[in-house]
Design a binder for this molecule. Structure first.
Ligand SMILES: Cc1ncc(COP(=O)(O)O)c(C=O)c1O
Length: 395
């Protein structure tokens, strides 16, 4: 991966600091939220200090607004998606992946919907869209909200509309090397005014004074006349506020997000087109995708080839992550095994294949096409068990 924070972003921060500004959440956070909502195509956004905080607040407000129950949860995702489900008292109901999108398999999700289901919490993996119309229609029919984790997929689309603008709520991360980086940061987005107010409260200790709604404040004031109106805590919540510095950086980066995403997309297309498709899986659903990192998955289980690839990549200092997003099959992780010993990780065979025979490799706007082609040549030669091309990859 490479640092996506440029000198111009740093200059914006330096200029901002020179004005003796308020440093904690203030006008830049508000401005970034409005600009982000405009870019995404939603009514409301609430900036928080990480994507994990966005996950945690979202599951917290789901519990407060809709009560406890089951949440359909991916087996391939980041740990905070599953952790937030568990920590808020929901039962995670795991499903396997669709190998073309690495997102949840729609048929399996639909088969698991029932009267206890409170939400379908999908993750769009590494820039691939995990939504389809059947899933949207079925959830609508059952009145079950879809919550989108778009932390790895800024700018990807489904049916011409950005991911994160389809579901009831969506979460973004602005961590290092993501499509847009604010150093650390995240966003909760929605068209629902009730969710927006709840998210504002969840970000700041559950305090009612953080609401933007005079009616909501008045309602609490009347209902709790024994409390100081400045300190009414509606929810057992958190301090997930962002600083202004992160928001200044986000505003600077947003200006080049679309151009950066075009370069990321192009790199993925070159990568998948030039890999040996007999050895590597190349039929990923690229339509509408906005690549975060290059997806490399062996077509067939082959431990010897896997080990050769890792040895070669390591020796050439090419960064990779086995298991792709979040280290692979989450049901193999100790935090799940200890809690749910009855879940057999092997019953999710597609995610298990990615767990053992899949990786992601860094992609970033400055990555040149020539380097992507060299990488493909190297991987193809390793797969063919030939002498490897002698070149130095300077990623
Ligand atoms: C799918 C997904 N969800 C949530 C997160 C958490 O975001 P953060 O690192 O900002 O806490 C990540 C992090 O990369 C992620 O990939």
């Amino acid at each position: 991966m490479s640092n996506n924070i440029t000198q111009s972003d740093l200059d914006c921060v330096i200029q901002f600091l020179g004005t003796n500004p308020i440093l904690t959440q203030s006008s830049n956070v508000k401005a970034f939220e409005e600009e982000w909502s405009g870019w995404l195509g939603v009514k409301y956004s609430v900036m928080v200090n990480s994507g994990s905080s966005a996950n945690q607040a979202t599951m917290g407000l789901l519990r407060e607004l809709r009560g406890s129950g089951e949440v359909i949860t991916p087996t391939l995702t980041w740990v905070s998606d599953v952790a937030s489900v568990i920590q808020n008292g929901f039962t995670p109901v795991f499903v396997d992946i669709d190998q073309r999108t690495l997102g949840m398999d729609t048929a399996q999700v639909i088969a698991k919907l029932n009267e206890r289901t409170k939400a379908v919490f999908i993750t769009h993996i590494l820039g691939y869209n995990a939504l389809d119309q059947k899933l949207i229609d079925e959830c609508k029919k059952c009145k079950i909200p879809i919550i989108e984790d778009v932390c790895e997929s800024h700018g990807a689309t489904f049916a011409g509309k950005k991911l994160g603008a389809h579901g009831w709520i969506s979460n973004f991360s602005f961590y290092y090397a993501h499509h847009l980086s604010t150093i650390e940061g995240g966003m909760i987005c929605t068209d629902d005014a009730e969710v927006y107010e709840a998210a504002r409260l969840f970000r700041a200790h559950g305090m009612v004074r953080e609401s933007s709604s005079p009616e909501l404040k008045e309602r609490y004031r009347k209902e709790y006349p024994d409390l100081n109106p400045d300190f009414i805590f509606a929810y057992p919540a958190y301090n997930f506020r962002s600083t202004e510095i992160n928001a200044v950086m986000g505003r600077s980066q947003l200006k080049r997000l679309d151009a950066n995403n075009d370069k990321r997309r192009k790199n993925l297309t070159v990568f998948l087109k030039n890999l040996n498709s007999e050895k590597f899986y190349t039929e990923f659903a690229q339509e509408g995708s906005s690549n975060y990192a290059l997806t490399l998955v062996l077509r067939h289980p082959d431990e010897a080839l896997r080990d050769r690839i890792e040895t070669e990549l390591r020796s050439r200092k090419i960064e990779f992550r086995r298991g792709t997003s979040g280290g692979g099959n989450q049901t193999r992780q100790p935090y799940i095994r200890k809690r749910y010993p009855e879940i057999d990780p092997r019953s999710f065979s597609r995610v298990d294949h990615v767990h053992f025979f899949g990786w992601y490799i860094g992609n970033y706007p400055d990555l040149e096409e020539g380097h992507v082609l060299q990488l493909c040549a190297l991987l193809n030669s390793i797969a063919a068990n030939q002498a490897h091309p002698r070149f130095g990859l300077s990623f």
